[in-house]
Design a binder for this molecule. Structure first.
Ligand code: NAP
Length: 309
């Protein structure tokens, strides 16, 4: 039986693993489908303390993993299919196998939010994508007009990155100002290859019949005027949804699915802790997730120590 299972391998998961392993709990980290989490799809991370020149997201996560493993964290590339938190030890089904554990730290992060318009899913990987750093360099996008949707830091980052490959990047936003941090917004709007399209929503991704993206249908939200914008790719960067589906009914969440901790990082189930973006819809930074992972591991260690007394 495991003492601690950490579900998720983003900054929260690996930091929890680092602290739990240094507490000699030999935590088992279940990486999930995307080892390293969403940060591995970012290009350069400029706001993680300690890296004055910035650090590649993938490299940062690899280093965190190595640091945790150095102290005894065990890594499994497993995906949790279901959990039973009704009794301790808890049981998890991981790729069909049962894993028993005294405690769990949930650090499952968040996934990409979808637009939900016609053509979006049909044309996924045929021009619709949720990750510029993963797909931006593909030949189909080279020297083409591309669309980025959203007004936050993610949209700005995606748009800036895509200017390396695109002939022009249209930044489609539903309001007339960006939500992004000031530095990112200013940098984005100063880029001559990025053309903002304000107060506009995408109502359809075209053209399913051609089995590839040829453009988007736009609606101006103030005038109601509809138009078509030709492009070869649509990069959707409109925020995230927490990856908490597998815990539904077992752990308290808010109405959007974010896990609600009750006492420090402990959830309503004693022995189950939470850290990172799956519980945070406010800060959502790599460094805050890492801090929460540290707190969860300390809470977990103290919980186990109290149980053993
Ligand atoms: P976000 O800040 O929540 O922004 C989402 C954007 O998408 C908003 O502009 C929102 O519009 C728009 N949006 C949401 N739903 C939409 C819909 N259905 N249709 C059209 N537009 C929609 O998300 P994010 O940009 O992914 O950032 C998440 C967090 O990660 C933030 O805390 C951010 O600071 C952080 N982050 C940081 C960096 C960095 O510092 N390097 C990079 C990426 C992300 P409204 O503005 O109208 O609400």
């Amino acid at each position: 039986m495991e003492k601690v299972v950490i579900i998720g391998s983003g900054p929260a998961g690996w930091t929890a693993a680092l602290y739990a392993s240094r507490a000699q709990l030999a935590p088992l980290v279940l990486t999930g489908k995307q080892p390293g989490g969403l940060l591995t799809t970012t290009s350069i991370v400029e706001n993680f303390p300690g890296f004055p020149e910035g650090v590649d997201g993938y490299e940062l996560m690899t280093r965190m993993q190595q640091q945790a493993e150095r102290f005894g964290a065990k890594t499994s590339f497993g995906v949790v299919e279901s959990v039973d938190f009704s009794n301790r030890p808890f049981s998890l089904i991981v790729d069909g196998e049962k894993v028993a554990t005294e405690t769990v730290i949930i650090a499952t992060g968040a996934g990409h939010k979808h637009l939900g318009v016609p053509g979006e899913h049909e044309l996924e990987n045929k021009g619709t994508t949720y990750c510029a750093t993963c797909d931006g360099a593909l030949p189909m996008f080279r020297n083409q007009a591309l669309v980025v949707v959203g007004g936050g830091d993610s949209a700005c980052e995606e748009a800036s990155y895509l200017t390396r490959f695109a002939s022009v990047v249209y930044l489609v936003h539903r309001r007339d100002s960006l939500r992004a941090s000031k530095i990112m917004a200013e940098r984005t709007l100063a880029n001559p290859k990025i053309k903002p399209i304000w107060d506009s929503a995408i109502t359809e991704v075209l053209e399913v019949k051609q089995d590839k993206v040829t453009g988007v249908k736009l609606k101006h939200l103030k005038t109601g005027v509809e138009s078509v914008l030709d492009c070869a790719g649509v990069f959707i960067a409109i925020g995230h949804v927490p990856n908490t589906e597998v815990f539904k009914g077992q752990i308290n969440t808010d109405e959007n699915g974010f896990i609600v901790p009750e006492q420090g990082t402990m959830t309503n189930v004693p022995g189950v802790f939470v850290a990172g973006d799956c519980a945070d819809h406010v800060y959502r930074q790599a460094v805050t997730a890492a801090g929460a992972g540290c707190a969860a591991a300390i809470d977990c260690e103290r919980f186990l120590a109290a149980q053993n007394h």
